[in-house]
Ligand binder design. Structure first.
Ligand code: ADP
Ligand code: MG
Length: 325
């Protein structure tokens, strides 16, 4: 979908910000660019929609060099979300979102429907928010509107430059979850810039680690975590390396089961039976399909697992740090 072939960017002062970068982003992929401040992430992003012209190499979208597209085509078909999104203060939320569709002369009614649908998708009730002014919204809500605005013209590509980094950790986490959820239904090609490894690991299908205008490592989150290319990546992973060690509670079905009573025995009629030694990870798979499980030790049924109760119990264990295995 997007390809970089030995792309460089040298700014007027002669400094090379991006140095012979080659990579491609697949259609529908969530691609994360990560690296320390000044390593060239924003420059890469802005070269994709030609807010910045590359000095060398070739950038293609859908196989076609970006120089062959009209600028308006690129700007309208590529959504762009910034860290501090600038909503127009005198316009309503709906008007802010409708800017690009209106430029594209989309029918008004259709745009109004799109605006409502998208607001709803990011958890903002359109009846409450469409006519409000930006100043009436919290930072997190404004950032949601920024995402919606970038999606309003239904672009194929979404560029996001540290979109959540100005938000408090709780709001940030919420927006990350929303974005993942949203991406499951819209399947855009997303290039997402961050300097937060935890965010990268959580969101990315693949992560491209950059330093000083070059790629240090490109791979899936698990590749990066399990096989950091060098000390730079290892250092950048920092605490995440330790935090990411699987810390599933070392509990078995037998530990979690409730004793059989006449009531729950009746309710569990016909339920799937699993061994008492079944571990937490496998239990979760069973619960994806089953509400209740019977626990067997040897030939005897020794207990019952109810999904809600058991998941809560497991969640509590996680919160308490679990037991490293
Ligand atoms: P990042 O987004 O990773 O922090 P940038 O792409 O913004 O990095 O910047 C990469 C390098 O290019 C930095 O050294 C920065 O100072 C330099 N740079 C960025 N924009 C310009 C510009 N307009 N003129 C000159 N140098 C720039
Ligand atoms: Mg930047």
């Amino acid at each position: 979908m997007i390809s970089f072939e030995r792309v460089t960017k040298t700014y007027g002062d002669g400094r090379t910000a991006v140095d012979g970068l080659s990579f491609s982003v697949q259609k529908g992929e969530f691609f994360v660019l990560i690296g320390p401040s000044g390593c060239g992430k924003t420059t890469v992003l802005k070269m994709i929609n030609r807010l910045i012209e590359n000095s060398g190499g070739q950038i293609r979208i859908g196989g076609r060099p970006i120089g062959e597209y009209k600028l308006s085509e690129l700007r309208w078909n590529i959504g762009y979300v910034l860290q501090q999104i600038a909503l127009f203060p005198h316009m309503t939320i709906a008007e802010n979102i409708a800017i690009v569709p209106e430029l594209k002369r989309a029918p008004r009614e259709e745009t109004a429907k799109t605006v409502d649908r998208l607001l709803h998708m990011v958890g903002l009730d359109p009846n409450v928010y469409r006519d409000k002014r930006p100043s009436e919204l919290s930072g997190g809500q404004q950032q949601r509107v920024g995402v919606v605005r970038a999606l309003a013209a239904d672009p194929d590509i979404l560029l996001m430059d540290e979109p959540f980094s100005a938000l408090d950790p709780v709001t940030r986490e919420k927006l990350q979850n929303d974005l993942l959820e949203l991406q499951r239904s819209i399947h855009k090609t997303i290039v997402f810039v961050t300097h937060d490894m935890r965010e990268a690991l959580k969101l990315g299908d693949r992560i491209c680690v950059m330093n000083e205008g070059k790629i240090v490592q490109l791979g899936r989150p698990a590749d990066i975590l399990n096989h950091p290319a060098n000390d730079f990546v290892r250092e950048f992973l920092g605490g995440e390396l330790q935090a990411a060690q699987p810390r599933v509670p070392a509990l078995t079905a037998g530990d979690l089961a409730e004793p059989i009573t006449p009531d729950n025995r009746l309710a569990s009629e016909g339920a799937v039976t699993i061994g008492a030694e079944t571990e937490t990870g496998e239990l979760l798979w069973h619960f994806a399909a089953q509400e209740r499980l019977l626990v067997r030790r040897g030939d005897a049924v020794v207990g019952v697992l109810e999904r809600d109760k058991t998941l809560k119990r497991i969640a509590r264990e996680f919160e308490e740090g679990g037991v490293a295995k």
